[in-house]
Ligand binder design. Sequence first.
Ligand code: TXA
Ligand code: MG
Length: 346
Amino acid sequence: MKTLISSDVSLLANLIQEGKVVIFPTETVYGIGASTRREGACLRVYEIKGRPKDNPLIAHFHSIESIEEVCVLGELGRKLLEKFSPGPLTLILPKKEKSLFPKELDTLAVRIPKNPVIREWIRQTGGPVSAPSANLSGRPSLTKLTDVVRYFEGKVDGILIEEEPSYGIESTVVSLVGEHPILLRPGSIESEELKTILPDLILPSPFESSPVLSVSHIPLSPGTKYKHYAPSAQVVIASSEEFIHSLEVGFDPKETAWIGFSLSGNEGKGKVLSERNDFLSKEGEGFREFDHFSLVSTNEEYASKLYAFFEACDLAKIQTIICEAPKLGRGWEGLRNRLEKASRRN
Ligand code: TXA
Ligand code: MG
């Protein structure tokens, strides 16, 4: 199949209208989209991703009004969208228009992406556009066009070129269909912010800080496949202390990569790093291309780099990715959740 890779919004909107599948960037991650009004096209998205059929898709809209035409928004839903949309928030709402995909459900996940060009594209498709994250099921979501092209060229009808994702992790998902609102998936919009509108918000448990996994206790069997957001390499979450320690001893630098805050540390840590980098750059062509170390300064920066780093690690055949635990505070919730899922077996 020929994939149209283009920034031409109307050409790619036509593809959706014709029942085709188009990948597009959002502020969170890339989505793989089809018209919510065309069941056949939506089912093709499942086939391309290898996604289990019982996992429903988010419908992407260009405006609050267009959501209200097909869903019951309610006072809370309206307040949430007015405060956090367009942006990385998905709401589960009761459906008014039953024929929308998936027909079997009487609820619909709705979201309005932040980039106005993407909203205009959705408007031109006639909307809404159902889209899960653009990745093979179980693997990390994608945040770089080059990765999208590598996986999906020839498999989808179009790829819309627009601003790359900046948040880097998937939207916060909140259900408004039960007796109490429930946070189904943490993300960049955090529970504390949501609670200003939803004081009785139910959080997934356990939600509080869980103990950091110890590097030394993790079996280092490589290549295991994980179920959620996971690269082929084994992901290990480390406290800052363990993280620094792991830089100094015991890990084969050809097979290991690091992402965290402490890489720029002083008191000799910088020296360890530069010695390692010297070592790595002497190791031949393959290693020069790949930076084994990703330095971040905030949780938000960490989230925005994480999935692309995972992809780069897999391409470089890294076996173990050591991830420094995120800092408590802003950006912690979503990042912690994705790291834990990525580090889990099956
Ligand atoms: O940031 C994002 O949300 C990205 C971009 C492309 O918008 N999309 C995304 O989609 O992450 P996906 O399919 O990977 O995650 C959608 C989540 C899934 O956990 C799914 O189970 C849940 O939303 N979901 C969708 N419809 C639902 C519904 N009617 N009821 C409950 N959960 C639903
Ligand atoms: Mg996904």
